[in-house]
Design a protein around this ligand. Structure first.
Ligand code: NAD
Length: 418
């Protein structure tokens, strides 16, 4: 199901603002992006014609540091969606206590119908169009849906041409050769694994707990391999074509090899189940790592896991969330469980700014420390205020942004707040 991300983000912020009793000016600051840019993006088609598509770059908040967030190339991109995603990024970076704010960008285009040359022309044109609004100290884009390190390398190169000097810290998610960080490709999975391990200990789950993962892409496949290596049993896996189940535990490396060779997990030799039934399998830990809105009320009713870790963005609808909370299922929200990627993006930005190259081990251990600290922080707010983890995470993030805004406000802020 499609969900209105901007509405959801604003509702979550309103609930947190109520919990924190924030004044009107802070609510207004949190509701509106600080800076929104809409641009025209002309690019050269393979037939020599010039096409023009709309693009956006929105900085929701820079109260805690430069805005940070991905770049989406998709036919459904709208300014409202970009604003919603930028808002979520502000909360995510604040929950992780990174020295960054939140932003997002997008171009309304179907990249799947374009050649490599057209994509390069489009990406460079987009980078030029938003160059006045981005920069290592202002707003730092990254990859998102349908963009990857290749696009980020083009954006960094084009930005360097505009400003007349190399500036690798202007975007993250670059290739290693162009200043990317080790550990970036597995960062989301590694971050999710860290919060699952710590939460499983808190809940007293067995060390060989059973795990079901929806989605076997970048996040899901890496996570399955990491959790299996930790000794957990991966009893169910799915991709867009179907789902497989083995109560004794799937051989994840073999499933990955099958997917690489034949295009889907369904070709692996195991019991087939529907993608919906996958979510209702008997297990302790369920990880939605595929789609927004994948778990709605009906699926939530059927969930048998004790712990859900949202590796995907927005996989549980508000209706599902209410049912899961009522049923005592612990949900590690997306702003925390999927924050490994932005955290290593932050590490990349820090390395670029300092002219450093961290080892894979240094990245992995710093990530683990950050994730464990953020989980502890969220859990503390949840216990102190008697809130579900999702609300607690938003309260923590909004509180940190509001505190930064207040610290920087003029002397009149107190009167404004009353
Ligand atoms: P991806 O495209 O690599 O993988 C998505 C997977 O989901 C694929 O295996 C696809 O087949 C599967 N899928 C699609 N429809 C499905 C369905 N109906 N049932 C079961 N599986 C289905 O994407 P990704 O990068 O792994 O991202 C997955 C989610 O994680 C997204 O919500 C994304 O926003 C979020 N996320 C990813 C990162 C990252 O660094 N990759 C960071 C933060 C959040």
């Amino acid at each position: 199901m499609t969900i209105d991300l901007h509405r959801l983000a604003l509702d979550a912020i309103d609930a947190a603002a109520d919990e924190l009793d924030l004044g009107t000016w802070l609510r207004a600051m949190l509701h509106q992006p600080e800076r929104s840019l809409a641009v025209q993006v002309p690019f050269i088609g393979d037939d020599g014609s010039i096409r023009v598509v709309p693009g956006y770059r929105i900085a929701h908040s820079t109260a805690r540091g430069p805005a940070k967030g991905g770049t989406r190339f998709h036919p459904d991109v709208t300014p409202e969606e970009v604003a919603g995603l930028a808002t979520l990024m502000s909360v995510k970076t604040a929950v992780m206590d990174l020295p960054l704010g939140g932003g997002k960008g997008g171009v309304t285009v179907d990249p799947k119908a374009m050649s490599e040359l057209e994509l390069e022309s489009l990406t460079r044109s987009y980078a030029r169009a938003i160059a006045t609004n981005i920069g290592p100290d202002t707003d730092v884009p990254a990859p998102d849906v349908n963009t990857s390190e290749r696009h980020m390398d083009w954006m960094a190169d084009e930005y360097a041409r505009v400003v007349g000097a190399p500036a690798p810290a202007v975007v993250t998610g670059k290739s290693l050769a162009a200043g990317g960080s080790l550990g970036r490709d597995t960062a989301t999975a590694a971050g999710c694994r860290a919060v699952i391990a710590a939460s499983a200990r808190r809940l007293g789950l067995r060390s060989d707990a059973r795990v079901v993962i929806q989605g076997f892409g970048n996040a899901g496949a890496h996570l399955a391999q990491l959790l299996a290596a930790d000794g957990l049993r991966i009893v169910g896996l799915s991709d867009s074509r179907g789902a497989i189940h083995d109560p004794a535990g799937l051989d994840v490396a073999a499933v990955a090899a099958t997917k690489a060779a034949h295009g889907s997990v369904i070709h692996h030799d195991a019991e087939h189940v529907s993608t919906t039934d996958l979510l209702a399998l008997d297990c302790e830990i369920l990880v939605p790592a595929a789609l927004e809105g994948a778990i709605d009320a009906a699926e939530a009713d059927a969930v048998r896991a004790r712990l859900i870790a949202e590796a995907a963005n927005g996989p549980c609808t508000p209706a599902a969330d209410a049912i899961l909370a009522e049923r005592g299922v612990t949900t590690i929200p997306d702003v925390l469980a999927s924050a490994g990627g932005v955290t290593v993006s932050c590490f990349e930005w820090e390395q670029n700014r300092r002219g450093e190259r961290w080892t894979a081990d240094a990245v992995a251990s710093r990530l683990e420390v950050r994730m464990a600290r953020a989980l502890d922080d969220v859990w503390q707010v949840a216990e102190a205020r008697r809130l579900p983890l999702r609300t607690a995470a938003t309260v923590l993030g909004v509180d940190r942004i509001a505190t930064a805004l207040e610290a920087r406000a003029g002397l009149g802020a107190d009167e404004l707040a009353s």
